[in-house]
Design a protein around this ligand. Structure first.
Ligand code: TMP
Length: 254
């Protein structure tokens, strides 16, 4: 078998050239980082679970008519996606006060917001992903006004849909981060959802107990990190069939 050519290694994923032109293979690692790489660790089985969870959520999102880069899952740790031109923004949607919003405004975590908030952060590890406004995004041509409009509408639609999906399994979608990219269709750019959606980039709280079922367990040293990711997969009905054996297996990096 020919070795795949590595394109990029990120904090949680490795990207390889895909089998056909215009495709990419995303390999999900167990590595976890927080606070812009200052805190590092491993969450055993995270890559397997995030691969599944992201596959599931991207497919559901595509079903409601929001285009995504997702093509299909290849194996336990890899999925095939369309190669897109990534827009250098982290798009955060918030429904409840938490995380950096709570810190910035000196508020307690947990208060529901009267309306959902969309925030933009410029993707730059060197700068620690600074928050930017729509004006910055268009002034620096990271996205056009029209593209940004589309991104915001897609983000809110995804928020409405995912909030409902999670309510159904006893989880409150507190906030989450999305990334978008451009796909060229006969030269015409089209905005699609990219990256991943998983407990790495969502805050998911149990509806009854407010127990955190996401990466905050790692960021804040709350323990039972692996169990939280497994619980999300279990409630979504997608825990790997053979259980912990599958989860611990390391799929080939090839
Ligand atoms: P924040 O409250 O720290 O700004 O995070 C908001 C949401 O974005 C939260 O669900 C976690 C997610 N997130 C990422 O996916 N990547 C990041 O680098 C950061 C800081 C947050």
């Amino acid at each position: 078998m020919t070795r795949r050519k590595q394109i990029y290694e990120g904090k949680a994923k490795v990207l390889f050239e895909g089998p056909e032109p215009g495709t990419i293979v995303q390999y999900f690692k167990d590595d976890a980082t927080a606070f812009n790489n200052q805190k590092r660790g491993t969450i055993t089985g995270k890559g397997v679970l995030n691969n599944r969870i992201s596959e599931f959520l991207m497919m559901r999102i595509a079903e409601i008519g929001v285009p995504t880069h997702f093509v299909r899952r290849l194996n336990m740790r890899e999925q095939l996606v369309r190669a897109v031109e990534i827009i250098p923004l982290e798009v955060v949607v918030r429904n409840v006060v938490a995380g950096s919003l709570a810190k910035r405004l000196g508020m307690e975590e947990g208060a529901p917001l009267a309306r959902s908030i969309v925030e933009y952060y410029y993707k730059s590890d060197a700068l620690g992903d600074p928050m930017v406004s729509e004006e910055h995004v268009t002034a620096f041509s990271w996205a056009s006004t029209h593209e940004l409009d589309e991104i915001m509408q897609m983000a809110l639609r995804i928020n409405d849909f995912l909030s409902g999906l999670f309510v159904g399994i006893g989880i409150r979608l507190v906030d989450f981060k999305l990334e978008f990219g451009r796909l060229y269709d006969k030269g015409e750019p089209r905005i699609v959802l990219a990256d991943e959606i998983s407990p790495d980039n969502c805050r998911l709280w149990d509806s009854k107990t407010n127990e955190k079922l996401d990466k905050d367990r790692f960021r804040r040293d709350l323990g039972r990190v692996e169990e939280a990711y497994q619980e999300v997969a279990r409630r979504l009905g997608i825990l790997p069939e053979s259980g912990p054996v599958d989860i611990r297996a390391t799929d080939t990096l090839q």
